[in-house]
Write a protein that binds this ligand. Structure first.
Ligand SMILES: [Zn+2]
Ligand SMILES: [Zn+2]
Length: 69
């Protein structure tokens, strides 16, 4: 008892160790052709689905607010 809550706390505060499942730009689930890369500014993981890549929809880092193409 208590360890589960502690693990949830760790996961919530360490987004780097989480697997990204949704596009950072549009929030859709990641499918074929999607990419996950590190934010150029802070290194946080950013994901983009193939739709956002093709349409060059800008992303915004959820961690530091960095915006890029
Ligand atoms: Zn997307
Ligand atoms: Zn960032």
């Amino acid at each position: 008892m208590g360890s589960t809550i502690f693990l949830n706390y760790l996961t919530m505060h360490h987004p780097m160790e989480e697997t990204i499942e949704f596009c950072t730009s549009c929030g859709r689930g990641l499918g074929e052709g999607s990419v996950v890369f590190a934010c150029p500014n802070c290194g946080a993981p950013i994901a983009r689905c193939n739709r956002c890549r093709e349409q060059s929809i800008p992303y915004k880092c959820p961690n530091c607010g960095f915006e890029g193409p």
